[in-house]
Structures are given as structure tokens and as C-alpha cells.
Design a protein around this ligand. Sequence first.
Ligand code: PMP
Length: 354
Amino acid sequence: MSQFLDERYSALAAYVPGEQPQDKKYIKLNTNESPFPPSQAVLEAVNESQVELLRLYPDPDGRVLTKKLADYYGVEENQVFLANGSDDILNFAFMAYGANGRKSYFADITYGFYSVFANLHLSDYTEIPLKDDFTIDVDKFCGVDGIVFIANPNAPTGIALTISEVEQIVSSNPASVVVIDEAYVDFGAQSAVSLVNKYSNLLVVQTYSKSRSMAGARLGFAIGSKEIINDLHKLRYSTNPYNINRLTLVAGEKTIDTQSYYDDNCQKIIDARCYTKAELEKLGFRVLESQANFLFAESDEIDGGELYLRLKESGILVRHFTSERIKNFNRITIGTQEQMEILVKTIKQILEAN
Ligand code: PMP
């Protein structure tokens, strides 16, 4: 740290992304990416003539993509907001509604970036503990006095709330914005997009990074009331109006045109998740009920940190978190069926050698 850094940032604990090692080729089951490439239409659209156009700025309003998303989700164009990954949107939401001593609420075990943004923006935040079974304590999120962030399905547990539980939280907080972070919703949970015209305090955030195979392109979007979307535009135009590059916009448009390819991929992931959960349970693991593209699992036979290391030595990366409540678990991204068979076989060998 330099002596020049503003005092308010010096104590900041920055977000630590999952490893992206370059040393050897791993089976990467640690950052919830898709094992499938973007659709053929996307591959063809990001072509030489699009690269030539990089000399020009992108459309700061991403109008073509906004219209496609609005049509796909059955909302107005002024209810859609685009950003550089959904992290970008979460950052704006904290800035707009939870900064400088205003209150924010999220679970104690959830996406690690919420507390980082909360600290960055000097939010007065409260972490509401998950129940003993790792489900969200819905009642405790009702009638609070500040912005609420809920990942649905939650990460790293994979457990989803029903749409009526989400509605209970949104309807009980009419004076506060409720952000439903649906990064993993396409793998089996119910989206709250259907509620946005009923509740003007609801903001639904989604990403192209998981089900849409575009983590490397950085594209996220949010759907909400036009007033909230306007607030977010104000902050975006006050920081970086060109936050989405041209190639990403084109890829994002073609993705929607080929949605059935992505729906098929989600089904493959769901099938591989069912297979992996059943196999891990046969090996004695406790596996939480996941509606996401990952499983959260622990075993009495091997310590979570130890299993993470043994898997890494065997060329498989999973995600291990060190916080007290979950340190015996590993979060395992669902890859292809073939990758999951290798994972199961490797875990069997590790347990036998243990
Ligand atoms: N929300 C949740 C719950 C996530 O797990 C992630 C991925 N790390 C994100 C948001 C951010 O995803 P991205 O910025 O790639 O859209």
C-alpha cells in the first residue's frame, strides 16, 4: 500500500476471486463457469468486421441488446439495465441505495462481494445468519430498514427460495430496494422477473457469465422499475458510460437469438448435477439441495481444506472457503458429465488413500 491511498480505503479487504491458474491444465470446477462454448451464432458474429469497428465507441445504451432482453423477458426497454458483469450492477446498487451510513442487509453466508461492496461504500450493514440447515431466514429479511441483497439461488449453498418467499421479502419492504441476484437462476430456480411490474422496489440482477457461457466477456443486466433503472443509469453515466465493449454487445445479442442452445446446456448441467449429488452421497457426503450449477458438499471422512488440496494435486480445482461455518465444505462447479465422472472417481481414490 502506498502512503498516498485515501485513508478510507486502507483497511479495505478486497474481494478474492477464485483461482485462475496458468501453470497447468486443470479440470476447472472452481468459479462456476459453463463448460460449454457460446453458440455457433455467437462465434460467427464476433468476426473480423466487428473487430474493425473497435475503433468506434460502443453504443453507451446498448439499444439493440436492451430491446432483445426487454422482448425476451416481457418488460419495457426502460426497465432493462446493462453492465460490465453483474458485479458492476451490485456495485451501483450499493452506491445508490446503501452507501454512506445507510443500511444494508444480506446473509452471513452468501456471495462474498456483498460485504466488500458494503465496506467500500461505507454501508452500515447487517449479516443475517442462515438457519442451521443453510436456508435463508426469510422472516428476518422482512420489514427491515435498508437495501436487501439476496442471491437466489444462494451461493455457495445453491439453495433457492421459492417465488412466494421472494415476494414475501419484497412486499414487506416497500420503503427499501430489494435486490434479487439471480446469477444462477437458469439452473432450476424461479425468477422474480415476473414480479417487477408489481413491486417498484424490486431489482432483479442476472448475468451472462454462467448459463450463457460468457464469463470472459463481462456482461450482466438488471430488470426493475423504470425509476430504479434510471438511478443506475445516472451512476453509470457518472463513472463509465462505455462500460460494455462492442464485441460483448454483439455476442450478447446473438446469445438471445439462440436461447434454445443455452436451455439445452442448462438441462445437461442439471442432469450432471443430479448424477454428481447422488454419487457423492453414496460416498457418504452431505450435499446441500442445489438449484445452481454447483454443489456444496462436506464429508466426515476428510477435512474440506484437505480434500481441496488433494483434488488440486490430482488436477481438479474446486472452491474452498475458510470461514468458520463452512470450512469443511467445498463448492464444486458442475462441468460436463465426463468431467463429473472424473471428479467422482478421483474423490473415491482420495478417500480410499485417506
Ligand atoms: N452474483 C453471484 C451470486 C455470483 O456468484 C457471481 C459470480 N461470482 C456474481 C454475482 C458476479 O458475476 P458476474 O460479475 O460475472 O456477472
